[in-house]
Design a protein around this ligand. Structure first.
Ligand code: APR
Ligand code: PHB
Length: 391
């Protein structure tokens, strides 16, 4: 088999890249380790920046999102028992975010690839890229007892944090930066109406909590928990009690609870791998970086990577110029680091930090007090939350 771009990983990064390349007449094959049902069974974040919304529209996959997604012009921060609204649109000259689940984005991308006859191979094992530093690249894998080979011009490593691609950049070339937090988020999905029509990020002495949603009848809630907790450690009742105890009294009183449809723990981690290109291997999305979920930036960063990468590949195939590909890593990383900074800052601002001293805890409260009372500080938060420009 031969293609132009071999894409390892059929998550949102890989699928969006395949779709954008296809629309520009560039052939690709997506190689995904899991089944489609497994990929679509993962519950992930659900806040899309305008840049991603525009990219999905451009990729011809915006239709259901326009119909079912909710445009949010603000978020709330709960502090000292009160809700404070961050007027995202008012502070950013009208910018908003779209609340629409990553799972739904992925489903729409699969549907679009199917409609255009795109090749996505599922349940492929032992995927291995070869010849990355040459112009004779190929990828091998196994499907059952069949051994397969795909020749290609480029390999896009879109295989997430645990994928194979990043580990094929030589150790003396790859530099990694990491911060692991000693806590996680216990998340519950429930078929209940959201407690508030906009998200609530809560600072509380018992720990952070987040009230989010997928639709008018589907809620997503999180509470900060020790990194070592497992979903089985928390009954639904324990979860709801803990959530209620962290919310302002009037909000807690309005909370509608119900059986959890899904319960999982997300670890909190910041991670960046540099560079994002090695020879003709190009990394994108979670394969290259992870952010803690506090700023809702994970999927959005994957999207900006794919924007830069698809443009660079399209330029290469149209004009023969490698300039965009050579600049890809630097261009993508500039935006990645700004989102890393924002996610780190939001995380530090809103969580109970077990390692901080009483002095640092007071400074954290003062900072939150400042952010909520200063238009300048609130504008900086809003500008980052709606998403920095792709540039
Ligand atoms: N071979 C083939 N596929 C692989 C391999 C491998 N060795 N390793 C991992 N994969 C697949 C995974 O099964 C997964 O479906 O790669 C895909 C990677 O998808 P994601 O982890 O969703 O990463 P990405 O597409 O970059 O999506 C952006 O940002 O913060 C996150 O939640 C957000 O998942 C979202 C991500
Ligand atoms: C979610 O709805 O799952 C969600 C929303 C905002 C975040 C993180 C997760 O910051």
């Amino acid at each position: 088999m031969r293609t132009q771009v071999a894409i390892i990983g059929g998550g949102p990064s890989g699928l969006l890249l395949a779709q954008l390349l296809h629309l520009a007449g560039i052939r690709s094959v997506v190689l995904e380790r899991r089944s489609r049902d497994y990929v679509l069974g993962r519950i992930r974040a659900g806040v899309l920046e305008q840049g991603l919304v525009d990219l999905l529209r451009r990729a011809g996959v915006g239709e259901r999102m326009e119909r079912e997604g909710q445009v949010h012009a603000g978020i709330n921060i709960a502090f000292r028992g009160e809700l404070h609204r961050v007027d995202l649109a008012g502070l950013t000259g009208g910018k908003t975010v779209m609340v629409y689940g990553q799972t739904e984005v992925t489903r729409d991308l699969y549907a679009a690839r199917d409609a255009l006859g795109g090749t996505i191979l599922h349940e492929v094992e032992d995927v291995e890229p070869h010849g990355l530093e040459t112009d004779r690249l190929f990828v091998t894998w196994r499907q059952g007892d069949r051994h397969c080979r795909l020749d290609c011009d480029f390999v896009a490593g879109c295989d997430g944090f645990h994928g194979v691609s990043r580990s094929r950049v030589p150790k003396d070339v790859l530099e990694t930066f990491e911060k692991i937090y000693p806590f996680g988020w216990m998340g519950v999905l429930a078929r209940t109406p959201p407690v508030e029509h906009e998200l609530i990020y809560t600072h509380h002495e018992r720990g952070f909590a987040l009230c989010s949603m997928r639709s008018a009848t589907l809620s997503r809630y999180y509470v900060q928990c020790p990194a070592t907790d497992a979903p089985g450690d928390w009954s639904d009742a324990t979860f709801w009690d803990e959530l209620r105890s962290r919310l302002p009294t009037d909000v807690a009183a309005r909370l509608v609870t119900g059986p959890s449809i899904e319960k999982s723990v997300a670890p909190l981690r910041s991670f960046v791998a540099e560079p994002m290109r090695h020879g003709r291997l190009l990394l994108a999305g979670d394969a290259a970086h992870i952010v803690p979920p506090t700023g809702a930036k994970g999927l959005n960063l994957a999207a900006s990577d794919i924007h830069y990468l698809s443009q660079a590949l399209i330029d290469f195939y149209r004009t023969g110029s490698e300039a965009g590909l050579l600049a890809y890593s630097d261009t993508a990383l500039r935006r990645v680091w700004k989102a890393e900074r924002f996610s780190w800052w939001m995380t530090g601002l809103l969580h109970r930090l077990p390692e901080s001293s009483p002095f640092e805890a007071r400074v954290q409260e003062a900072e939150l007090d400042y952010v909520l009372s200063s238009k300048a500080a609130m504008t900086a938060l809003a500008e980052n939350y709606v998403g920095l420009p792709y540039g």
